[in-house]
Design a protein around this ligand. Structure first.
Ligand code: SF4
Ligand code: MG
Length: 336
């Protein structure tokens, strides 16, 4: 498959604590060096605890937040420096579905007006009539109908509102959709329906997804590959099968131990993580996970782990898999 998106060493830092001279005293390293590729038609699940930088990563890729440094290539074109018409064109090719369907739809606009606005912004449909036709199609595609067009967001349930958010995203014929915890705010009973809609649309429209969630059980179903984030970094990226069969990073192993297994006869030991996620304004030196890691070695407190391809297509940022670091550390057992 063709590469659709290539992200290289992406960093988004926010200045904090301006002094009286207007100079920032520090930075929240919300995204701190992320690299991955995404192929056409694929779904990359991105998981991690709140505050790990998942949403900022999504927004930085979409250029809704200006990244501090690094490269984002979409269909081979660098997009971090696009302006004007080129940026507008990019916006129609990369869309976002927000977590909160209550907050992301203007309560004063009818569904029809919300969708008209999206179509007009991206100059889709020559006449009002064409756009109305398109809106009717869109509502049907997401499981609503034309009688819904004249209603306001508050007249819909959470699940229906998320369908409207999805209709708005696909209205402009995007290639890539970044879904930022699209089912977290919904009742468990409707989560599966919305996830199924995402999957159906992917097939029928040939979409590529980045699907952000805070736990593995949601991304497990939709993803082809999964990236695990911790403190602004992707600590492990792999296809789903290998990640579940053989999680390499100690943090992934802990997350994995919290996912319920379907077969209760399989005994699984829950790994409890000690301590809290450190502040991204003041991350620990070396490996960001070192204060909570039971395998931490000397190097972990001073050297940032590089991304290692431990198995084909299975990337991990942990010294345990770095032969050079391990050579210089005393021999110790690998985690099982
Ligand atoms: Fe643990 Fe060290 Fe690996 Fe970080 S680099 S996850 S501290 S073993
Ligand atoms: Mg978020």
């Amino acid at each position: 498959q063709n590469v659709l998106l290539e992200v290289t060493d992406l960093k988004t830092h926010f200045p904090v604590g301006k002094s009286i001279f207007g100079k920032a005293k520090g930075a929240v390293k919300a995204v701190d060096g992320i690299s991955f590729v995404l192929r056409e038609g694929e779904t990359l699940g991105v998981v991690g605890e709140s505050g790990c930088g998942k949403s900022t990563t999504g927004r930085s890729i979409l250029q809704l937040i200006k990244p501090t440094s690094g490269s984002v290539k979409f269909k081979g074109q660098e997009v971090t420096n696009l302006k004007g018409d080129e940026m507008r064109k990019l916006r129609s090719e990369m869309q976002i579905v927000f977590q909160d369907p209550y907050a992301s739809l203007n309560p004063r606009m009818t569904i029809s007006a919300i969708l008209h606005e999206a179509l007009e912004t991206h100059q889709i449909g020559k006449t009002k009539k064409e756009r109305e036709q398109r809106i009717q199609e869109l509502l049907e595609v997401v499981g609503l109908n034309k009688s819904h067009a004249s209603r306001y967001p508050h007249e819909f349930s959470g699940g229906q509102r998320q369908r409207i958010g999805i209709a708005r995203a696909i209205a402009v014929n995007p290639k890539l959709i970044i879904a930022d915890e699209p089912v977290s705010a919904l009742d468990v009973s409707v989560q599966a329906q919305v996830v199924n809609l995402f999957e159906d649309l992917q097939k029928s429209l040939g979409l590529t997804y980045i699907f952000i969630a805070h736990d593995l059980s949601v991304v497990k179903h939709v993803s082809d590959r999964i990236a695990v984030m911790y403190l602004g970094r992707m600590v492990e990226v792999s296809n789903k099968k290998d990640l579940f069969a053989n999680p390499l990073h100690p943090y992934t192993q802990a997350l994995m131990s919290a996912v319920p297994v379907p077969d209760p006869s399989i005994k699984k030991e829950r790994i409890i993580l000690e301590g809290d996620v450190p502040s991204p304004a003041n991350p620990p030196a070396g490996c960001p996970f070192n204060p909570r890691c039971k395998f931490a070695m000397d190097a972990c407190r001073s050297v940032k782990p590089r991304q290692i391809e431990a198995e084909a297509g299975h990337f991990v940022s942990c010294h345990l898999y770095d032969p050079e670091i391990m050579k210089s550390e005393q021999k110790r057992d690998m985690p099982v």
